[in-house]
Design a protein around this ligand. Structure first.
Ligand code: C2E
Ligand code: MG
Ligand code: MG
Length: 702
């Protein structure tokens, strides 16, 4: 039952829903219902009246006919001749005739107790031979339609209302009368001898009929009102359902529209919205002859944060970035999230391109403030590319491409900065794409190779280790150093497989040299941030060591300060695990990053590598000398191993030695070498020979 009701309501709701489009439901329903009810009641009432009146007429006519027959049977024979010949009697005389008086007495006798109020008798000439109203005796009715019809053998009735009427014995008022013309004949087949006109008073019946009619109308009206009320409630309910459905539909539509045009994480308008808004902004700019600036932003090293601190921290960072961006632009400027860690800002009505640069600077400054994300203090930076319409392009697609290219330029130029689009950027972007596709192929085609640079003890001249450095043997450009391609490797996922290849090749080479009888010295392998955060580094190290058979103590992993700080949360755990394997950990380029003493204490580190930028100038610049000395004593105090990289001359050796740093790496002893050449160094066993005489050193020091 419920289901049927539900279906019915649903169907009704659908119909009403259709109708709603055409008019306002409840008002029109009420109006239509009222018209319908009035029409039905009126039709019913008229129909009833017609039926009742016809029934009444039939009934009265029959009664009159019966009466006439009775009358005819009983008295007609006595008067037939008189009636027939009455036309010959002078009109004035007629009422005085004794037959009239007798006729009146007979009529009154027969009518007694009946509802007949008047009787008239006509002869076939249409002369009123007799009437209960004596004044009418002698009147000619030969042209009366009722008489003529009766003369032709038909009984005719009609109902009339009379204000005043001369009845048999008195004058009556406001009466409904049925007037019937009846042909008089002895039997059905006999000739017509005269016509009776009989008036019956049906006022009471008509009153009764009206009363019944009123009752019926009232009843029907009541029933229809109930029906109307019932339907009205249903319609109202359906109306309510539709209203709710309509509201839900509208809310859903609004939600879907919002979802289609907004990013669910940050609430910012998304790429689809950007495309539309950009077009609009460009159209407006064309009309008003104004400039539009487009900022293309990409968070620096966002992947590292996401991978190391988890996606919820990454999400949080994106949300905060969205807030910061919105806070740093004017209300009329529009910020979008294009996907991932990419955002765009449309700046309309730019007075000059430098205004866009101001906004970019503001954003960069606000982004570089450290933020707290789930207990982690994180510092992120952003690289921004700028393109201006109409200066750089007038269509949205090209403008975006240009801003994107400029953003890549900002990344290449060291990140945490903005770059304007310039025409030669396109060439750079193309180069970058070519480079990336070349790198993808390089691993499969075996174009990578490792060079090895010795680490030397300045006291003995012995090679105490080496660093494996990546080279790309480019098919056209020859040997390329990492500065030409490492950033592309790091920005793409390629660094993970290439890093694994480096690790395996370095370990295998070291093991091979050990097996060949060369001194057992550790190999240092540089680890990129993405490798560290990929989560698979520990397993890869374990697997490579197992597969190559190299003892863990001969593998040293070089990590940068930045890598450790940016991944502070996960770093301790990861380093602990690596230490458990038994490999050594060194901090590369020490002093160039955060130089946080805190992490030196917390992380299980074995060696500090003094960055070559300090080594280069430490002999000539006091500050570099002070920093180098401080790093050396820091390492001693924390009982960490120490090595200086980038040592190119004897003065630097002397300086380092005098401060207590006895291990160095640099061109002074050897440039990074291909394996076979490095093997020759190993065969020499000792590099003292490449060092000048001590005296020369003293001279050089002076
Ligand atoms: P790094 O780890 O600090 O490596 C030392 C860099 O200094 C090497 O540059 C080396 O050739 C250079 N160098 C060595 N001695 C001297 C010197 O006396 N003077 C000067 N001016 N430079 C010297 P290279 O090979 O171009 O590598 C650059 C950087 O690329 C490396 O810096 C390292 O961070 C990265 N890298 C190299 N190989 C790999 C690798 O296999 N994986 C990863 N992730 N990074 C690598
Ligand atoms: Mg290194
Ligand atoms: Mg270094």
């Amino acid at each position: 039952m419920r289901a049927i009701c539900g279906e019915f309501m649903g169907g009704l709701a659908r119909i009403v829903h259709l109708l709603r489009g055409m008019f306002k439901l409840s008002r029109h329903f009420s109006m239509a219902s009222a018209i319908g009810v009035i029409a039905v009641v009126t039709a019913l009432s008229l129909f009833y009246r017609y039926l009742a009146t016809s029934a009444l007429m039939t009934h009265e006519t029959r009664a009159s006919v019966a009466l006439t027959k009775v009358f005819a049977n009983s008295i007609w024979s006595g008067y037939a001749l008189f009636v027939k010949n009455a036309s010959g009697i002078p009109k004035a005389e007629l009422p005085q005739r004794k037959e009239i008086a007798e006729l009146r007495a007979d009529v009154l006798r027969h009518m007694k107790g009946l509802n007949i109020v008047k009787v008239k008798i006509y002869n076939l000439d249409g002369l009123t031979v007799f009437s209960t109203d004596p004044k009418q005796i002698g009147v000619d009715k030969s042209n009366s339609p009722g008489f003529l019809r009766a003369q032709g053998g038909h009984t005719v009735s009609k109902i009339t209302f009379r204000d005043q009427f001369n009845a048999l014995e008195q004058v009556i008022v406001d009466r409904n009368l049925i007037e019937t013309y009846i042909p008089v004949q002895e039997n059905e087949t006999a000739a017509i001898e005269g016509v009776f006109e009989v008036y019956s008073d049906v006022t009471e019946l008509v009153t009764q009929l009206k009363k019944t009619q009123l009752q019926i109308v009232g009843g029907v009206l009541f029933a229809l009102s109930l029906l109307y009320l019932f339907l009205f409630l249903i319609v109202k309910r359906a109306d309510g359902i539709i209203k709710t459905q309509e509201e839900e539909r509208k809310a859903n539509e609004a939600k879907m529209r919002h979802q289609a045009y907004h990013d669910s994480l940050t609430g910012l308008p998304n790429r689809a919205s950007f495309a539309e808004r950009m077009q609009e902004a460009l159209r407006r700019a064309k009309r008003t002859q104004q400039s539009v600036g487009l900022l293309f932003l990409d968070l620096d090293r966002f992947k590292c944060i996401n991978d190391s601190l988890g996606h919820s921290v990454g999400d949080n960072l994106l949300q905060l970035t969205a807030k910061k961006l919105q806070a740093r632009v004017r209300e009329t400027d529009m910020v979008f999230r294009m996907g991932g860690d990419e955002f765009t800002v449309i700046l309309e009505n730019l007075r000059e391109p430098e205004d866009a640069a101001l906004v970019a600077t503001r954003i960069i400054e606000s982004m570089s403030q450290p933020i707290k994300l789930h207990e982690h203090e994180v510092t992120t930076t952003v690289s921004i590319g700028l393109a201006i319409c109409p200066r750089d392009a007038t269509d949205a697609e090209t403008l975006v491409q240009h801003a994107d290219a400029a953003m890549y330029r900002a990344k290449e130029a060291g990140r945490n900065r903005y770059e304007f689009y310039t025409e030669n950027l396109n060439v750079k972007v193309l180069e970058r794409f070519t480079l990336e596709s070349g790198l993808r192929r390089a691993l499969e085609d075996g174009e990578f190779m490792l060079y090895y640079q010795p680490k030397v003890s300045v006291k003995s001249g012995e090679i105490i280790g080496n660093e494996a450095l990546l080279r790309w043997l480019h098919p056209e450009r020859g040997i390329l150093t990492p500065d030409k391609f490492l950033s592309v490797l790091e920005d793409s996922d390629l660094i993970v497989p290439v890093g694994e290849w480096v690790l395996r090749t370095a370990c295998q080479q070291t093991k091979d040299w050990q097996s060949a009888g060369f001194p057992h010295i550790p190999v240092s392998v540089n680890i990129a941030s993405r490798q560290f955060t990929s989560g698979s580094l520990q397993a890869t190290v374990r697997r490579v060591l197992r597969e190559t058979g190299l003892a863990p103590r001969y593998l040293e992993l070089e990590l940068t300060e930045r890598l450790l700080i940016e991944n502070a949360g996960a770093a301790i755990e990861a380093l602990d695990e690596l230490k458990k394997i038994g490999v050594l950990i060194s901090i590369d380029d020490f002093g160039t990053g955060y130089s946080s003493l805190n992490y030196l204490k917390r992380f299980p580190i074995d060696v500090l590598k003094i960055d070559k930028s300090f080594v280069r100038d430490m002999v000539t610049h006091e500050k570099d000398a002070a920093i180098t000395s401080a790093i050396i004593s820091l390492a001693h105090n924390l009982q960490l191993g120490l090595i200086a990289e980038g040592v190119e001359d004897l003065n630097q050796v002397e300086f380092l030695q005098s401060r207590g740093c006895n291990e160095v790496q640099g061109y002074l002893f050897s440039r990074p070498l291909p394996p076979e050449e490095f093997q020759q160094l190993l065969s020499m066993g000792n590099l003292s020979a490449v060092l000048p005489d001590k005296n020369d050193l003293a001279v050089a020091a002076k």
